[in-house]
Design a binder for this molecule. Structure first.
Ligand SMILES: O=c1[nH]c(=O)n([C@H]2C[C@H](O)[C@@H](COP(=O)(O)O)O2)cc1CO
Ligand SMILES: [Zn+2]
Length: 162
């Protein structure tokens, strides 16, 4: 009897890989964020990346980080990857699900994560650690019983020819 193949990717590598790949769809020139929501029994339920709402053109709305007028920045228009993944879900309840995301969730996404019933957040980068947004997210996750931990990178490199 033959034995199983070795070197296959772990569940964590799989789901964070899907999250990061999803982020490659982002048109944001500065930060591309991707998200993958997974059931407790490791089935992918939804994915998302940061982008503009349906009908808002990527070429007509601004991607600037700064501007004299907030209306000339991306911040008032973009939908975050986590919210997109939650809103993209077509199957009913996300109660008890896990969320893999390439950047630690902001306070607005934290609210949506908590309210949708997601119970665990696995994040990769946390480049805004220490900001009020991230601190507020942690405070709300702690109060609501949502667990969060950083993804442990394995160093595995995956090349895909497309
Ligand atoms: O949790 C998040 N999820 C998410 O999708 N984003 C998006 C919104 C913006 O398009 C981009 C952040 O842009 P910047 O790093 O240039 O401020 O990342 C940002 C955060 C946290 O800041
Ligand atoms: Zn957010």
């Amino acid at each position: 009897m033959g034995s199983k193949r070795e070197g296959y990717i772990s569940w964590d590598e799989y789901f964070m890989g899907v999250a990061i790949l999803s982020g490659q769809r982002s048109k944001d020139p500065n930060t591309q964020v991707g998200c993958c929501i997974v059931s407790q029994d490791n089935k992918i339920l939804s994915m998302g990346y940061n982008g503009l709402p349906i009908g808002c053109s990527d070429d007509e709305f601004p991607w600037d980080r700064e501007g004299d007028d907030p209306l000339d920045t991306k911040y008032v228009y973009t939908v975050h990857s986590e919210l997109n993944a939650i809103l993209n879900y077509r199957g009913g309840s996300l109660e008890g699900a896990k969320l893999y995301v390439s950047l630690f969730p902001c306070n607005e996404c934290a609210k949506a994560i908590i309210q949708s019933g997601i119970k665990e957040v696995i994040y990769d980068c946390n480049k805004y650690e220490g900001t009020p947004s991230v601190t507020a997210s942690k405070r709300m996750f702690d109060a609501a019983g949502v667990k969060y931990h950083q993804y442990k990178r394995t160093g595995r490199k995956i090349e895909i020819e497309l």
